[in-house]
Structure formats: structure tokens, C-alpha cells
Design a protein around this ligand. Sequence first.
Ligand SMILES: Cc1cc2nc3c(=O)[nH]c(=O)nc-3n(C[C@H](O)[C@H](O)[C@H](O)COP(=O)(O)OP(=O)(O)OC[C@H]3O[C@@H](n4cnc5c(N)ncnc54)[C@H](O)[C@@H]3O)c2cc1C
Length: 408
Amino acid sequence: MSRVVIVGGGGTGDATAFALRKRGFDGEIVILSADHDRPYDRPYLSKEFLRGEVDVPKVFLHDEADYANERIELRLEQRVTGGSLRDRRLTMSGSDAVGFDVLVLGLGGTPRRLPQMPSAENVRTLRSLHDSHELRAALRRSSRLLLIGAGFIGAEVAASARQLGKDVLIVEALPVPLQRALGGDVGAAYAQIHRSHGVDLRTGTSVQEWHTNAGQVVAVTLSDGTREEVDLVLVAIGIDPNLELPQALGLPIAGGGVQVNQALGAAQDVYVGGDIAYHDHPVLARSVRVEHWEVAKGQGRGIAASIAGGDTPYTKLPYFWSDQYDISLEYRGHASGDDRAVWRGDRDALKFSVFYLRDSVVEAVLSLNDAKTNEAGGKLIEGRRRVSAAALEDPAIEISELLGAAAS
Ligand SMILES: Cc1cc2nc3c(=O)[nH]c(=O)nc-3n(C[C@H](O)[C@H](O)[C@H](O)COP(=O)(O)OP(=O)(O)OC[C@H]3O[C@@H](n4cnc5c(N)ncnc54)[C@H](O)[C@@H]3O)c2cc1C
């Protein structure tokens, strides 16, 4: 009987463990997680949990009893620091080494910090349930929140804080919010959305100076010369994927993550998924690394398929969503900056989709409040056929009609 050891009790690790049992795997399953809490639904942390609409235990992915029932040994507060793939052993801070037959890594990332960021009690980052819990309590006591960074976490926390009636100031170095993930045009739509909800959004701006009093940040001076009083700060400038352990184990590092093959394998009997996986995607025909929830959970299930049934290419397209105010974003596939953007729908009504084409093949589709088009767009991506931009733009033509059609 073999023993699967999963390092990381997040989206990837939890999905791998339960999917293994679903597939009839009868060996030992051990999850080693540095977290204090059992696996939870991380996307809630910037939205429903932060706003107090969802609480523990609903935020957990499974009841405690489910782990026992499925014979999944969950060891919390266990940080793996190194090990040897040849000897099939992992070393941990403060406890005995753990042996494995098959190793799975789903380690996620660590929020980046600003080099000059003061270590004040009211300057925070957000990744864990504990972080969100603390931020939620601090937000209740605060009246003006400064968000540094308008990526997904910053933008979602801004929306949640406005829904809670707080004043929100966002300082973003780039010209529009979400620029890296969604590009300039969609980012401009999000700038409009946040401003129309009362967010004080300063783009092309950074913090020049921090003003503290009694261990708290009380104000900042911005690069535009203004001084702003604040009583809570969230630094949301992205994550660094947790690559120390993969590096220590000698796994291949590429594309900001661990290079994995189509079946999510990084080495013999070693599988990697989620935020740290740079996956050779069989449908997109290139390697992609995606920091999103459904990707982590899907790859966890994909890893289980490979372990239980022999290496199996993981073909699901990258997919993510983001909810801000009443705007629902969905995204399928993976675009590059130089792909051609083709718009469909009503930009002013904030109900539209954008298709990203390379050589007339749809690589990705982004939709605002347009779930039906997004789903159909996913089928176009999987089809890998050339389609005409004019047809995509034309609201009289159903996307489903294009599925079998080649570009003229
Ligand atoms: C606040 C927030 C909101 C989000 N909202 C969305 C959303 O709306 N939509 C979306 O698509 N995505 C969202 N995401 C992103 C999504 O949650 C992540 O992409 C996903 O959790 C990644 O899964 P993972 O398994 O790679 O890592 P994680 O879920 O981060 O899990 C990593 C686990 O590894 C553990 N770990 C790390 N190093 C070690 C070690 N050395 N030893 C032992 N354990 C270790 C950690 O403690 C953690 O338990 C959000 C993320 C955050 C933080």
C-alpha cells in the first residue's frame, strides 16, 4: 500500500486528497499544512467572510469528521523545510521526518511586502483565514482604509469595504486597476466602476512617506505630494510563489513556478499544482502558471487522476472569477499581452465579453456580467479553430454557431 504525502492544506492539497479517495485510492493520505486552520475557501476572505456574511464553519472546505471518515490524516501547523526525493523523506521544523511514496506540493504564495513598509499593527497583508479575521476586526474599528495595489485582492477588498460603508483610498502605481491581469481597456472600466462606488482611486501613484504615531500608521504622503490621513492599510501588491521547498528538493524551476508536465508531474512520483505550478497545458500548447482558485482545485483533482490511474494529461482550461459590487467577472483560457482583443456586447452597460485572438485562434475570453458568452467562448478556445473577428463582434451571430466554423 503506498503513502501519498501532500504538502499544503489549501485548494490544491485538499482537492487532491478527497479526489484520491473518490477514485478508490486505498493507501495512506497525509496532508502537512503550515496553516493553523483546516483547509478553507480562500476566495471568501476578501469578500463574504471579510464582510461578515459568511463565517466559520461555513468557510471550511470540509467538516473535521470528513477527514477521519475518508482516512485523510491532516497535520496542521507543520512546515516542511526540506527533504530528499531520492530517500523519499521530508524534513520539518520541530518534528520527525516524514516518508512518502508519492509527494504532492500545493504551496501557494506569500504576499509581497513593500521594501520600506513599516511594521505597524495597522499595516496588513491578506492571505490566510487568520489574516482575514484580523482585517475584518480592524476594518470594523476603522473609518478610512488605504489599499496599496489595485490587483484582484485590492479591488475586492475595496469593494467589500465600501459595502461596509468605509472610506477607501486606493494607491496604484499603474495607470488603471487590474492592468496586469486584464489589460488597459478592461482596467479602465474597473477604474470607472470603483470611482462610481465612491472609491478615491489614485493611479500612477505610490506612497513616498509613512507617518506613524505610537506604533500605528496615521498618514501617508503620496508621490503626487498629497498627505492622506488613514487608520488602516492593506498592502496588496501580489504574491511570491512559495518556491523554497521545491528548490530545496531540486525540482525544475521555470516561469516563476515549478515546471510540470501535462500530467502535472515535476519528477518521478512528485506532482505539483496551484499557484506554484507552471503547467505544460495540452490544449493551449504552452506552459502557463495561474494564481486562481478553480485552477488549484482542478489541478488537485488532476493530480489525483494521475496518481490513481497513471499519468493523465490535465486538459481543463484555466478559469477564474472575481466579484466586485454587482459586477461579476469570468475569465477562461490564458491571453498574452500581444493577443488581439475583440469586443462583443455593451461596454457602457457593463455587459460585454472580450475575446483574445492569436492568429485568429481564441486563446482567452473575459466577460463582465455575461456568463453565457464566457461559457461558449471556452468551447471556442478548446476547439482551436480559426474564427473571424467580425463574427465574434456581431451580436446577431450566436457564439455557438461559430464552434464548427473556420475563419474566412
Ligand atoms: C483573499 C483571497 C481571495 C481570493 N479570491 C479569489 C477569487 O475570487 N477567485 C479566484 O479564482 N481566486 C481567488 N484567490 C486565489 C486563490 O485562493 C489561490 O489561487 C488558491 O488558493 C491557490 O491554491 P494553492 O493550493 O496553490 O495554495 P493555497 O490555497 O494558498 O494553499 C497553500 C497551502 O500550503 C501551505 N504551505 C505553504 N508552504 C508550506 C510548507 N513549506 N510546509 C507546509 N505547508 C505549507 C499553506 O499554509 C497553505 O495551507 C484568492 C486568494 C486570496 C488570498
